[in-house]
Design a protein around this ligand. Structure first.
Ligand SMILES: [Zn+2]
Length: 262
């Protein structure tokens, strides 16, 4: 498929010296929270770098299966949206690239349309900003890889990763992880924590407490409010423990409308 301005070609480069959009934010707390977490050193010095290109890229096996399942590429619906699939890099809580050559975000068509509405609301209110998508559909086989490789007792694994047997809204292609970014530079807006930060500072329902304790600032909450304003306005619902996660449907609705993307 043709990659647009915000599309990126896959190139194998050495790990050292790589820079990606959004990678400039302070990761001190992120490192702290990862202590004790089973992040292994990458056994390869290769990783995916996101480099702009206009070249044609044939979809890989995973991407093809998403297309066959009727899912749509978000950037086909919202060309101005930025996409940086964290699970297609080693910059995620897992420390591994589990998406391989899939670098585009896919969602159910109805969900992508809702997201377009969110983008339009963003343009009406904050025209200097755009949406930066970290994750869309997460096929169950990828969820299984995360689950199997998480070095925690099964009883507490659901705190980190949804049980693939039950399925999560990402598995149905009706949930999206995203943030806001400056259109001009691609720089992410500061939400107070990184994506996939485990802990109360990332919890929308702990914001008052975190403000009192000085763990996040009012400016971070104001930025999250901008994201919530446009996502809620477009019909998405947030969750209490992740500022970046939004659902277009409930699990019951998703199960009735769609099958799990395997
Ligand atoms: Zn999510």
């Amino acid at each position: 498929m043709k990659l647009r301005l915000t599309g990126y070609c896959l190139a194998l480069v050495t790990l050292l010296g790589c820079q990606r959009p959004g990678s400039t934010e302070d990761s001190t707390r992120d490192v702290a929270v990862r202590e004790g977490f089973p992040i292994e050193k990458a056994d390869s010095v290769h990783m995916n770098i996101l480099a702009r290109t206009d070249t044609v890229d044939e979809p890989g096996e995973l991407e093809k299966s998403l297309q066959d399942a009727g899912l749509v590429n978000v950037q086909d619906i919202i060309p101005e949206a930025l996409v940086e699939l964290k699970y297609s890099t080693t910059d995620n809580f897992f420390g591994k690239d589990v998406y391989g050559d899939l670098t585009d975000a896919y969602l159910q068509p109805e969900v992508a349309d809702k997201l377009k509405k969110a983008y339009e609301l963003l343009q009406q209110n904050y025209p200097e900003l755009t949406l930066l998508i970290y994750d869309g559909v997460r096929p169950r086989r990828v969820q299984q890889i995360l689950w199997d490789n998480l070095d925690k007792p099964d009883s507490i694994k659901p705190l980190y990763v949804a049980d693939p047997k039950k399925g999560s809204l990402h598995n149905y292609g009706v949930a999206v992880d995203l943030t806001l970014a400056e259109k001009a530079t691609g720089q992410t807006v500061d939400m107070g924590t990184t994506y996939d930060y485990f802990g109360y500072p990332a919890y929308p329902d702990r914001e008052d407490q975190m403000l009192r304790e000085g763990k996040i600032l009012q400016a971070h909450v104001a930025n999250r409010e901008k994201l919530r304003q446009v996502m809620n306005g477009a019909g998405f619902t947030g969750i209490g423990s992740e500022w970046w996660h939004f659902n277009a449907f409930t699990l019951k609705e998703a199960a009735a409308k769609y099958g799990i993307v395997e």
